[in-house]
Design a protein around this ligand. Structure first.
Ligand SMILES: Cc1ncc(C[n+]2csc(CCOP(=O)(O)OP(=O)(O)O)c2C)c(N)n1
Ligand SMILES: CC(=O)[C@@H](O)[C@H](O)COP(=O)(O)O
Ligand SMILES: [Mg+2]
Length: 638
């Protein structure tokens, strides 16, 4: 059922919004919230964070002269209201689909998307850059970073605060959107500190003052402080953010337009007067306005399609087991067997499959917040003391902890296991979340090994093999389900660094790394090619490679990862080192970013489905295939 949105229908851009009478803004907010809910229920996407930023988005585009004044949204998963108000409402039905609108801000999508985000905690750095560029160019521009309480836990955010705090004439505002949630409930001392700020009576005072604040009065927080002081005759301690040099204002109700707009107008005046960097603390509810999401903001953080009238329902028939679930089960089973195991997640408990592990082994479970750099070195510290840390981390997010991986884990040869979920093409999240680079970025690090399981069974087995090692080992597996090879119950591993021949054919051998083994087997049937399940990108199984190279006339490597620096490159180097010269075709992901869309479709578009693999091999080694097919006919292998 499509709800009518007569007011929202009149808002083609923020300029139209700024012409709207203030008294109509709350009705607009109701319509905008309905528009977000209706659209996300149809397409899937990020929901609860978007429901929480409706009023804040309206207030920002009302008070600031966007796009001249810049808004930089941290993570950017909460920008659907922003996109709808900036002329992209019609594109919402294409959200996160091939050729459709991105789920995150994109500079190439709109002038109102001033900075591409998706990995968290970059907004303050980027906003400071924009503010200081305006200063240097003598432009009268205000820049606003909007960062969530989860994103605020990343070190990068504090690096930026530290730098910004001394730039007294930067026209910069940092808005902390505090909904007391990350994807999971937030963790760490900052969350406790923010709760104190809420509980110290400031919030109550500010809420009451917010109702009466109109016109040019001192920043809201000053009034709240005075109320507090009057009430308690106490000196209100400076907040952490004031210690960093910011003028802290808040906390105020982030759903109350009567508090938001006057406060932002006051702050805009302070920014115009170059009164130093400003920090506004707003309090919102993740899932605001949709009861089911308010009650369960975790489940509604990134839901698939659903009926808003009913809410999320479990699938009629149990979905195929995902690699994430295989990992989560393995983690619990191995933890039960080995007391040294500790599980670490940088704020991705649900996504990485650690919910059950936390329930069963709470004292060995660590959610360190959105802090991948810390997660890796924290694991190194645990390993120094004889524990066996398992860092559950998306391939793309390990990029944040790359130096720590080299400097703190690999050089010291510490036995840390990296369970790399979302390896390869991820689909709806697109280029920012692609797990396309881990083979290339890990292969070059001495002492690190990388396993590429082909299916769910091998995933469990190779996780066990990794756990048995006395050096760092990563195991990479894709988002979602595999072909359905059920894991075995035992915890036994597979031989370290060894692959296997899965199909014997003629003249051409396909060396598959990971889950592309199965489309390779399909293609090989029609090519009568040999298929090798390499299993390890590092170390390569050199004996097997030599054996296959000596008995075939052409080799093909296949990986769901960047070709440049990938497993194919490793094979090429190994052949050269061994003085083995034979034609080699490397299939994988090209030197360009892979945009959002359906993962299977994206793989096919890159020629990495069975038909594409066959096509590429016929194109390069057609003569051999013809002969191979003839040989098969002669030997009656039809
Ligand atoms: C570097 C990085 N790590 C992890 C994530 C995954 N992630 C996306 S949103 C999110 C929680 C963000 O919490 P918050 O900033 O409070 O925003 P909210 O969802 O509450 O609006 C996380 C962990 C990410 N986008 N970037
Ligand atoms: C915005 C963000 O970074 C996360 O919410 C991410 O989108 C989760 O990805 P998955 O859906 O693959 O768990
Ligand atoms: Mg939050």
């Amino acid at each position: 059922m499509t709800h009518s949105t007569p007011l929202l229908d009149t808002i083609a851009d923020p300029a139209a919004l700024r012409r709207l009478p203030r008294a109509q803004l709350q009705r607009l907010a109701d319509e905008l919230r309905e528009c977000v809910l209706t659209n996300v229920a149809r397409t899937g996407g990020h929901l609860s964070s978007n429901l929480g930023t409706v009023e804040l988005t309206i207030a920002l585009h009302t008070v600031f002269n966007t796009p001249e004044d810049r808004l930089v949204w941290d993570v950017g998963h909460q920008t659907y209201p922003h996109k709808i108000l900036t002329g992209r409402r019609e594109r919402m039905p294409t959200l996160r689909q091939l050729g459709g609108m991105s789920g995150f801000p994109r500079r190439d999508e709109s002038e109102y998307d001033t900075f591409g985000t998706a990995h968290s905690s970059t907004s303050i750095s980027a906003a400071l850059g924009m503010a200081l560029a305006a200063r240097q160019k003598g432009e009268d521009r205000k820049v606003v970073a909007i960062i969530g309480d989860g994103a605020m836990t990343a070190g990068m955010a504090f690096e930026a605060l530290n730098n910004a705090g001394v730039e007294r004439d930067a026209r910069l505002l940092v808005i902390l959107n505090d909904n007391d949630m990350s994807i999971s409930p937030p963790v760490g001392a900052l969350n406790r500190y923010l709760a104190q700020l809420m509980s110290g009576g400031f919030y109550a005072a500010a809420k009451s003052v917010g109702k009466t604040v109109l016109g040019p009065v001192p920043p809201l927080f000053e009034l709240a402080k005075r109320l507090e002081q009057q009430a308690k005759g106490m000196v209100v301690p400076a907040t952490l953010f004031e210690k960093f040099g910011f003028n802290y204002i808040g906390p105020i109700d982030g759903h109350d337009l009567d508090a938001l707009i006057p406060t932002l107008e006051n702050i805009r005046g302070l920014m115009q007067d170059k009164a130093g960097p400003q920090f506004l603390h707003v309090v919102t509810r993740k899932g605001q306005g949709y009861k089911l999401a308010e009650a369960d903001p975790v489940a509604y953080h990134g839901p698939g399609k659903f009926d808003p009238a009913v809410g999320l329902v479990p699938p009629a028939k149990p979905a195929k087991q995902t690699f994430t679930q295989v990992f989560g089960q393995w983690l619990c089973d191995m933890a039960a067997q080995d007391k040294r195991l500790v599980g670490i997640t940088p704020a991705m408990r649900e996504g990485s499959g650690l919910v059950e592990f936390q329930k069963r082994f709470p004292e060995r479970y660590y959610d360190v917040g959105i802090a991948e750099q810390h997660a890796v070195t924290f694991a190194a510290g645990l390993a120094c003391e004889g524990l066996k840390p398992v860092v559950a981390i998306y391939s793309t997010f390990l990029q944040r902890g790359y130096d720590q991986l080299i400097h703190d884990v690999a050089i010291q040869k510490l036995p840390v296991v990296f369970a790399l979920d979302r390896a390869g093409i991820v689909g709806a999240d697109g280029a920012t979340h692609a797990g396309n680079y881990d083979i290339a970025y890990l292969r070059c690090i001495p002492s690190v090994s990388l396993a590429c399981p082909a299916d769910e069974r091998e995933c469990r087995q190779l996780l066990s093999t990794a756990f048995e090692q006395d050096h760092p080992v990563a195991v990479r597996y894709p988002r979602g389900a595999g072909v359905g090879v059920a894991p075995l119950a035992e915890l036994s591993g597979l031989p370290f660094g060894k692959g296997e021949v899965r199909r014997s054919g003629q003249r051409i051998a396909i060396l598959a790394f990971g889950t592309l083994l199965y489309p390779a087997l399909e293609a090989a049937e029609r090519l009568n090619a040999t298929v090798v399940n390499m299993r390890w990108a590092k170390p390569l199984d050199l004996d097997l490679l030599r054996q296959v190279a000596a008995s075939h006339e052409a080799l093909v490597t296949l990986e769901e990862g960047a070709i440049m620096g990938g497993a194919g490159s490793a094979v090429a180097e190994a052949l050269a080192d061994a003085g083995l010269v034979l034609p080699l075709l490397q299939l994988g992901l090209p030197d360009r970013f892979i945009e959002h869309g359906d993962p299977a479709r994206l793989l096919a578009l890159e020629g990495l489905d069975a038909a594409g693999i066959e096509r590429s091999i016929r194109r390069r080694f057609g003569a051999l295939v013809g002969a191979a097919a003839e040989l098969r006919a002669v030997s009656g292998q039809n």
